[in-house]
Design a protein around this ligand. Structure first.
Ligand code: CTP
Ligand code: MG
Length: 224
């Protein structure tokens, strides 16, 4: 079975606060987005890689990829809009959606997700919450402690049947909802995506400290 991959990469990286979008910052010997894309290029079941870029993106075209499978889609206002634009030019029954900002995903986890979630419900990579969770009040005082036993952090890739995910996003759009991951759309449509446990090293590069962590992880893994 061949699978298209949608990589939303049209964000500006506001929380990173760099002068360029965070996906173009260097991580060891390559940009973040190159690391991310290269995690998928060598997987045998990957068909096209649809990279979703801002319409004024001035960086991607300067990068070099020695593969032919990359297709470009135009980004939208929110992540969900970008993903939907990317999905429009996918053609396979199932699709993987993976944030450009997660360059450290490992291939074994992607394979596990596909093996365990090729159903109508689909699935996502996730990690169990380890910290005790506090709910804060208006003055940042603790108002409650939340049980964490059944709580997970949603990572990407997220993996769904293409048409079901498109339908789910279109329904969410009609309701005017802004969703921060793909599973949320499926949940709203009544599906119960599977939580597939992945590595907690698959961090999303969001703030400057995450870059430090990512560089340390790459060094420790001896990948480069
Ligand atoms: N993304 C996108 N289109 C948008 C917003 C985000 O394709 N309109 C992408 C980002 O490029 C990123 C992924 O969605 O790869 C996850 O979003 P996030 O980590 O929030 O990135 P940014 O939106 O760029 O960061 P920030 O929220 O700090 O501005
Ligand atoms: Mg964002």
């Amino acid at each position: 079975m061949l699978i298209d991959v949608v990589i939303p990469a049209a964000g500006i990286g506001k929380r990173m606060g760099a002068t360029i979008p965070k996906q173009y910052l260097m991580l060891d010997d390559a940009t973040i987005i190159e690391h991310t894309i290269n995690k998928f290029t060598t997987l045998p079941f990957v068909n096209n890689i649809v990279v979703v870029l801002d319409k004024d993106d001035a960086f991607f075209s300067k990068l070099k990829f020695n593969i032919k499978k990359i297709v470009i889609a135009q980004g939208g206002k929110e992540r969900a809009d970008s993903v939907l634009n990317g999905l429009a030019i996918t053609t396979t029954e199932f699709v993987l959606v993976h944030d450009a900002a997660r360059p450290l995903v490992n291939k074994e986890d992607i394979i596990k997700l596909v093996q365990e979630a090729s159903t109508d419900d689909g699935g996502i990579l996730a990690v169990k919450v380890a910290d005790t969770l506090k709910e804060g009040g208006a003055n940042r005082e603790i108002v409650a402690t939340r049980p964490r036993d059944n709580l997970y952090r949603a990572l990407t890739p997220q993996y769904f049947k293409r048409q079901l995910l498109i339908n789910a996003y279109q329904e969410a759009n009609k309701k005017g909802l802004i969703l921060t991951d793909d599973a949320s759309a499926m949940e709203l449509s009544g599906f119960s995506p599977k939580l597939v446990l992945g590595s907690s090293l698959n961090i999303k590069i969001t703030e400057p400290d995450d870059l430090i962590l990512a560089r340390m992880i790459i060094k420790a893994q001896g990948l480069n």
